[in-house]
Design a binder for this molecule. Sequence first.
Ligand SMILES: Cc1ncc(COP(=O)(O)O)c(C=O)c1O
Length: 375
Amino acid sequence: MKLFDVYPLFDVEPVEADGCLLYDRQGTKYLDFYGGHAVISIGHGHPTYVERISEQLGKLGFYSNSVPITIQKDLAHALGEQCGYFNWNVFLCNSGAEATENAFKVASAYNGRKKIIAFDNAFHGRTSLAVAATDNPKILFPVNEGAEILRFGLEDFEGVGKALNEGDICAVIIEGIQGVGGINMASADFLRHLRALCDKNDSVLILDEVQSGFGRTGRFFAHQHSFIQPDIITMAKGMGNGFPVGGILTDPKFEAKHGMLGTTFGGNHLACAATLAVLEVLENEKLIRNAAEVGDYLMEELQKFEDIKEVRGKGLMIGAEFGFPVADLRKKLLYEQKVFTGSSSNKNTIRLLPPLNITKEDANQFLSALQEVLQ
Ligand SMILES: Cc1ncc(COP(=O)(O)O)c(C=O)c1O
């Protein structure tokens, strides 16, 4: 059997890792400024992470959601304390796309509607409604058609106002910071506008924090920079530092009913152990503050590069837009300078998503590598 060949691959296979470093079979060292696509939050192979998962595996690796699972309650408590949504509820699943689907279900169960507002360049996952809300016709197939999605530009105050005031919109979904789309941010004013319109029209505001959550932007969730509160928050990626886990946080106004949502693997013992380890390390090592500080430094330094037209983002979710396509630049960074970086749907933008425990020295190493390939 061969693999279903859907991924264009880097020509490097990491086989070991430590912190923000990756090693291939020959022992060549690579700097990880991609974080396995924004997934590695507390760094590769963190001892607390390895210990917590191993310890849990030694006790009980899995049992279904048909029995009480105390570690889920421990996780709900720790997560509420750390992200500040103390009295909200959490539903655990396995991925970002699944989080999106469940967020739409909860919204629709609440107001009985089905129309969704999403934005240009958005990415919300590749499953049924999630891919319909995503702005990429290349990954949309006839089976995904039929969803009622209304799409607007990120700062289209008037467009969203008109649509929401029709009174039949189920939910608005927006990323904390757009990731795949090339690190684009909605202004605090626009988010406040959405909040007010959703309140007025009984529509549900969903913040997709799958990529921007769990401390990546220098706050627990990116929308917390704008001091607004959504109705539902989706999470995945950095939540498990590589262990597949996702979830939604819901405002107490949403009522849960037995059987309404469900999953076989979601919230399993190992996923909870992984997420608890992430929360423990984020707190003990003050990684959210580190993300803010090292991120500010990186952005400031990147702004000094003549070839860079614009630097966007917050914390360690950074986009640097050049005046030319960055594909060759990224290849040079990888093969000549041994640095992993991310791409985006904006061909001129390089995406930086390193682990949240990188130091200023790691940042300097990246900046020197970039300087070298631009010469
Ligand atoms: C903002 C956002 N939402 C949802 C998803 C989908 O997550 P997953 O690939 O875990 O299904 C992604 C993945 O890149 C994402 O960036």
